[in-house]
Design a protein around this ligand. Structure first.
Ligand code: 9WN
Length: 451
């Protein structure tokens, strides 16, 4: 496929998944609105229709919880019954939380990595570059700023009572990298209590169950949902009771960059000076927190299990968190780049393309077809490309982008890809895959379609 065909197909995928004011994550496997997917989708949509991109984010924010939390799923009331588990019925009791948005129960009680401010800021960048819709983009930032500030404050307080600079999660789904070996040992320590009978609806939408998490993992995922519902999603209670309590370095790194984006927004919207001061402090604290989780032996940054009181050793893409955060320590960045390009990651000679496998082929938990245990995720390629550009690594960024686009020239817009064969896995026509392709190609010579 040529770039113009990739653009046309990507726009078609977003059109097919467009539900009016929001976009489903994929046609059948994920018929609802997901939190971090929304942010990436808006980054792509910005090139096709800036107003629609703004509405994508605004729709999600309508369901923001009173404590600032942006829920990880907003359920589509029109999705076919039995299309996704756990669906809205399963989360119904989360609406009992005093922090839940009023109205019918339409959200999960979890959250996901905070890409939203990066996406919101991106809308203005795209408008400025195109010389079109700048006033509207500024107006949009004025509308979302207080909500994004509340979201980041929630993460900096309720999700970090230790003021460590690192975000705490109660469930692997909150990391967005659900069954990554990052969480294996913490999950092994979870003793599963009584869980309701459930059916794995996800397995109906993919050709091979080996591409999805195992039953062992799902039992733990569902048990943790029970624990969270039982605590009425109360952060203070969960700090006491959740058997899974971990500091997530990837979400924390994304938060550092999202806070930088939010700081830019404070200037655009003329936010109170003390809010800018708070955001600056969060950025500094986030970088320091990541520094403290650096493992010199592995040359990676490691998550931390608060329950066990120990680092969670695994070689996964999350280990490159300081690269994403743009950490101040040059020796750390150099070492990270060496590891990124070593046999353990993109330099592995057997890879179809030098793209980062979600888990290193040298890690014990590596499985090349299984979800976050090895496959390459296009949306993560975008995150690394974007971070490399921001770290002044233009050449490396360009190489990564070319390889990532080469992978997408199969036109399938897979959710993830087998690293050695390049086969598309999981769902086809995944919205965020199409969105990042559009963002990569939008600056080229090719004319862009409208949505
Ligand atoms: C659970 C929608 C989401 C992504 C996650 C990805 C996957 C859900 C699932 O799909 O998670 O949230 O059912 O497997 O892991 O990152 O946001 O695309």
């Amino acid at each position: 496929m040529q770039p113009e065909d990739i653009i046309a197909r990507a726009a078609e995928v977003l059109r097919e998944n467009d539900m009016g004011e929001w976009t489903r994550a994929s046609p059948t496997l994920y018929p609802h609105q997901w939190s971090w997917d929304t942010a990436f989708i808006a980054i792509g949509l910005a090139h096709l229709d800036s107003g629609r991109a703004a509405r994508e984010i605004l729709t999600l924010l309508q369901y923001q919880w009173k404590n600032g939390k942006i829920p990880h799923i907003v359920f589509n009331p029109d999705a076919p019954p039995e299309s996704y588990f756990p669906g809205p019925e399963h989360w119904a009791s989360a609406a009992d939380s005093p922090d839940a948005p009023s109205g019918p129960s339409l959200t999960s009680g979890l959250c996901q990595p905070p890409v939203h401010a990066i996406a919101a800021r991106h809308l203005l960048t795209v408008a400025e570059a195109r010389g079109e819709g700048v006033a509207e983009a500024r107006e949009f930032l004025g509308e979302v700023y207080p909500k994004l500030f509340a979201w980041h404050r929630y993460l900096a307080t309720a999700r970090d009572p230790e003021s460590s600079g690192l975000v705490t999660i109660y469930h692997p789904w909150e990391s967005g990298t659900d069954n990554s070996p990052r969480w294996t040992s913490a999950l092994e320590r979870v003793e599963v209590g009584e869980i309701p009978d459930y059916e794995r609806l996800d397995l109906d939408h993919i050709p091979d169950p080996a591409e999805r998490p195992t039953g062992y993992e799902y039992d733990r995922f569902i048990w943790l949902v029970e624990v969270i519902k039982h605590a009425r999603c109360d952060d203070t209670v969960l700090y006491r009771t959740s058997p899974f309590l971990a500091k997530d370095v990837l979400a924390s790194a994304i938060l550092v960059r999202a806070n930088e984006a939010l700081l830019d927004v404070t200037e655009v919207v003329g936010a109170p000076e003390e809010e800018g001061t708070m955001i600056r402090a969060w950025i500094e604290r986030g970088r320091k927190g990541l520094d403290e989780r650096w493992d010199p032996g592995l040359g990676l940054c490691l998550d931390y299990d608060l329950r066990a009181g120990e680092p969670l050793a695994a070689r996964t893409i999350a280990g490159f968190a300081p690269l994403i955060a743009g950490t101040g320590r040059a020796e750390c960045l150099e070492r990270l780049l060496r590891v990124f390009e070593s046999h353990a990651f993109t330099g592995n000679p057997d890879l179809r393309r030098p793209l980062p496998p979600s888990t290193s082929p040298n890690d014990m938990g590596f499985l090349p077809r299984n979800y976050w245990r090895g496959p390459v995720w296009p949306v993560m390629n975008w995150l690394f490309w974007w971070s490399l550009e921001r770290s002044g690594e233009q050449k490396r960024a360009a190489r990564l982008k070319d390889c990532a686009l080469g992978q997408l020239s199969d036109g399938r817009f897979g959710e993830y890809y087998e690293p050695f064969t390049g086969e598309a896995l999981g769902s086809d026509d995944q919205s965020w895959t199409a969105a990042v392709a559009l963002d990569w190609l939008a600056e080229g010579e090719q004319p862009l379609p409208t949505l």
